[in-house]
Design a protein around this ligand. Structure first.
Ligand SMILES: Nc1ncnc2c1ncn2[C@@H]1O[C@H](COP(=O)(O)OP(=O)(O)OP(=O)(O)O)[C@@H](O)[C@H]1O
Ligand SMILES: [Mg+2]
Length: 279
């Protein structure tokens, strides 16, 4: 399957390579990101992230607002390119047998990499309003060139899997938020990629519905064993769904571990507070 390795990933927003180099030198001297923004005007998205997300793992990324969670996850499908570093994916589908540094990909192979390897579930569902539920789920398959009868068969299967059997002909605005996100999940699953990215995917939902979606995801993952990067700012959610959790603060990776490891051996107060206050 698909292990993901981030190696020395730094992202300084809107900086040229030479400007980024100066900011990185400040970060290496332990200057705080907030001070850097005040002094230079540049936003630090991430600084020197080294992280291996194992194949088949549900890995949570946690941290306060602005800590770099979305920046990190968007690197994995290259919605964002880093200022420095490498991102390696093992056994990428349809991209040869060797591990691949996805930053080396030009437009065409990048498109192919995304199509076959990475799907995404969005916080605000991201459904196309004028397409029916089944058309929304089948959309990624259409892009992949799968013919209509087949893609609707696949879409029906996944709608059934997420508990929306029989609702394929409805439009998104005829569904509750929880149901819409089930459609979002079915759409991401239908394209059959080994990697799934979820950026605050359940954050917009009521607690009860959110719990149901978490259970559903865990149940599906038992069968699917995808490599899932799950962003949340809710430690309870991270503990429930994450096999391991990475804690970010101001663009730095503070600690990675199982919930037990973070609880028993927090490296600093920031981690301890997350685990103590809410855990
Ligand atoms: N497009 C951008 N241009 C400039 N700075 C940005 C951009 N996107 C994010 N940043 C900055 O990068 C840092 C990390 O932001 P990011 O959105 O990754 O955090 P986050 O952890 O996802 O926050 P939230 O919980 O609010 O979603 C912040 O300081 C933010 O202001
Ligand atoms: Mg975010």
């Amino acid at each position: 399957m698909s292990q993901i390795r981030l190696v020395n990933i730094s992202k300084i927003y809107d900086a040229s390579p030479s400007q980024a180099k100066k900011v990185l030198a400040m970060l290496a001297d332990d200057v705080d990101s907030t001070d850097i923004r005040q002094q230079t005007g540049y936003s630090v998205g991430l600084y020197d992230i080294n992280l291996t997300i194992e194949s088949g793992e549900m890995h949570c990324i946690m941290g306060l607002s602005g800590s770099g969670k979305s920046t990190l996850v968007r690197h994995i499908n290259r919605l964002i390119d880093p200022s420095t570093g490498e991102i390696w994916v093992d056994n990428p589908v349809q991209m040869g047998a060797e591990p691949l540094n996805i930053l080396t990909l030009s437009d065409k192979p990048l498109q192919k990499f995304r199509q076959h390897n990475v799907s995404m579930v969005f916080q605000h569902f991201g459904l196309v309003p004028h397409l029916t539920v089944i058309q929304n789920v089948a959309y990624g398959l259409r892009v992949k060139g799968i013919q209509k009868a087949k893609r609707h068969e696949i879409a029906r299967y996944w709608l059934n899997e997420v508990g929306l059997d029989g609702l394929g002909q409805r439009y998104p605005d005829e569904l509750s938020g929880g149901m819409q996100q089930r459609v979002g999940l079915a759409r991401a699953l239908a394209v059959d990629t080994p990697i799934m990215l979820m950026d605050e995917a359940f954050s917009a939902l009521d607690p009860l519905i959110r719990n149901q979606l978490q259970d559903q995801l865990l149940e599906l993952q038992e069968k699917l064993h995808k490599t899932i990067v799950f962003i949340t700012h809710d430690i309870d959610e991270a503990i429930k769904v994450g096999q391991r959790i990475s804690i970010l603060n101001k663009g730095r990776l503070i600690q990675t571990g199982t919930p037990e490891q973070l609880r028993n051996n927090p490296v600093n107060d920031y981690v301890a507070q997350f685990m103590h206050v809410n855990g």
